[in-house]
Design a protein around this ligand. Sequence first.
Ligand SMILES: Cc1cc2nc3c(=O)[nH]c(=O)nc-3n(C[C@H](O)[C@H](O)[C@H](O)COP(=O)(O)OP(=O)(O)OC[C@H]3O[C@@H](n4cnc5c(N)ncnc54)[C@H](O)[C@@H]3O)c2cc1C
Ligand code: FES
Length: 259
Amino acid sequence: MEHFPSTVLQNYPICEKYYCMRLLWPDQYPAPLPGQFLTIRPPAGTRALLRRPFAVSSYSKGDSTIEVIYERRGEVTRYLSTMQTGDQLDLLAPLGKAFPAATEDHRPVLLAGGIGMGPMFFLAEALSALDRQPLLLLGARDASLIPDIPILEQVETIIATDDGSKGFHGTTIDALVDYERSGTVEKSEYFACGPMPMLSALAVHAENTQRQCWVSIEQTMGCAVGACMGCVIPIHDPKRYARVCTEGPIFDSREIVWT
Ligand SMILES: Cc1cc2nc3c(=O)[nH]c(=O)nc-3n(C[C@H](O)[C@H](O)[C@H](O)COP(=O)(O)OP(=O)(O)OC[C@H]3O[C@@H](n4cnc5c(N)ncnc54)[C@H](O)[C@@H]3O)c2cc1C
Ligand code: FES
């Protein structure tokens, strides 16, 4: 984990509520891995105290940049959406555990729900670079929340919307079941980030179909470095609770007690 200043290189809307921020990531800092996140100190000009966590959604070693996709939600993200090229941010990064390597001879199936898309785009980018041909299922409430972003053209993608305004009409899990029913039977492994009901439904589906399933949990955080216990979730382990910030945010879905 490193603490360093970074410069905003680009910051632009990619759909109705989401923005993409491109930041300088100097080469002397450890390369982030898919699934890892960073925290941003609330910029001067906001009254917020706690650092805010965001997943890395892309990394380019050649350009020394990362991207973060964020939803304009509360005080800090509203402020972030107004930041300009050249503005400075204070980062702690990279944080948390990364997704494990995808199992050889299994197709990596990536499920992204809503703003959980960031880490899945990064994983899709990394798997494509290894020629692992991921399948990406991207679910949103409606077409206005599907971003215009190059990765969706670069990997095989199925879009699902709850209201059917774009792509498959139904949830991401409905789209997955439909794909598995109509597609060729293949060995696959799931990687997912999104709302808890989506992750918990996927965990059940993975159990029923005997597939490995890795989930990224976005829990409200305090310190984000393992000190405050503000981010714990119940797990099937004698310890009973795990800190999402340091033991996660990536978990085997069978580890978690889904409530
Ligand atoms: C590991 C991790 C990765 C994350 N990655 C991303 C990302 O890539 N893009 C992104 O937009 N957001 C991400 N989040 C959520 C992000 O941290 C919050 O949206 C952000 O802190 C909101 O700050 P704010 O000051 O704008 O809103 P606040 O005023 O703090 O909150 C606004 C609303 O958002 C809710 N909220 C705040 N934090 C969370 C959270 N962690 N999960 C769910 N709801 C929350 C609050 O309950 C409130 O209703 C991530 C969170 C975690 C823990
Ligand atoms: S946020 Fe403090 S321990 Fe995880």
